[in-house]
Write a new protein. Structure first.
Lengths: 53, 225
């Protein structure tokens, strides 16, 4: 009983941190995607403005 | 929040967590009737408190949006909702693992567990709604209303173990339950790093919403040219 009790305690800690880590990973992925889109749009606008001139 | 501030807060949270884990595992004794599994409470309860704080803050941000129509309040609301939902999921997961050992079951349709699950579903619905509405101000308005309504469930979850007969342990904060002072102290001490992490994640997410608005503005400019 004690060993199983201890094991489940670690499963509990692991579950909590895995969920939070998954959210942090999602945040990081979203940040990379947003930065890429932002950079691409800024470059596109620069090119369009150059063409207008 | 600036980058360096976020790094400092993360470092502080990590240091506190490391210290707390050391005390939790090596210094605090096992609880008499539950054994080592009792230590899950030091993440389970603070995760719930952090989630509730996030949901209440989201309702505040949503109300401010409805009053002032500024999208930065909407950005704040979605950020703290997502963070709150992550902590609520951690709370449910740790509760289920604890319940497997103590009650012998993963889940029961107990008022506390059910109302917390309903809370998670409501806020997941809030996030799904945001994906369904494209126009930013319409999305913000609809989401704000849902956020304020969903927040009604937070006190229901909190007071469920007082209002209804429940299997869930009685409240140790302002309640009929009791806890050793050493455990009390650890409960609050372990809340601090979770709050710090929550604040960092919310700050990063809010910043991302700002960039998203910038992307939308740049797209409109690109179409106009």
């Amino acid at each position: 009983m004690d060993a199983r009790n201890f094991t489940y305690m670690f499963y509990g800690f692991l579950a909590a941190w895995l969920i939070l880590a998954a959210y942090v990973a999602a945040l990081a992925g979203r940040e990379r995607r947003i930065r890429r889109q932002l950079d691409a749009l800024k470059r596109l606008l620069e090119d369009k403005e150059k063409e207008r001139r | 929040m600036r980058g360096k501030t976020l790094i400092v807060l993360c470092g502080l949270a990590a240091a506190l967590l490391a210290r707390n884990l050391y005390v939790m595992l090596l210094e605090l004794p096992d609880e008499v009737s539950q054994g080592p599994i009792f230590r899950i409470i030091f993440f389970h309860v603070p995760a719930a408190w952090t989630a509730f704080l996030g949901f209440l803050a989201a309702a505040g941000g949503s109300l401010l949006y409805l009053l002032h129509k500024e999208l930065r309040y909407d950005a704040f609301a979605v950020a703290v909702t997502e963070v709150g939902l992550a902590f609520a999921a951690a709370n449910l997961a740790t509760g289920m693992i604890w319940a497997r050992i103590i009650w012998g079951i993963w889940w029961t349709w107990d008022p506390r567990l059910t109302s917390m699950l309903v809370c998670c579903v409501l806020y997941a619905g809030y996030l799904a709604l945001r994906h369904a509405v494209e126009e930013p101000s319409q999305r913000a308005r609809a989401a704000a209303v849902v956020s304020i309504l969903a927040c009604v469930d937070v006190p229901i979850v909190f007071f469920s173990i007082r209002w209804w007969r429940t299997q869930h342990p009685q409240p140790v904060v302002w309640g009929g339950g009791s806890m050793d002072p050493a455990y009390w102290k650890m409960l609050f001490l372990n809340w601090i790093p979770l709050l710090l992490l929550g604040a960092v994640m919310a700050a990063l997410r809010t910043r991302q919403e700002g960039w998203q608005r910038e992307i939308e503005a740049l797209r409109r400019r690109a179409h106009a040219l």
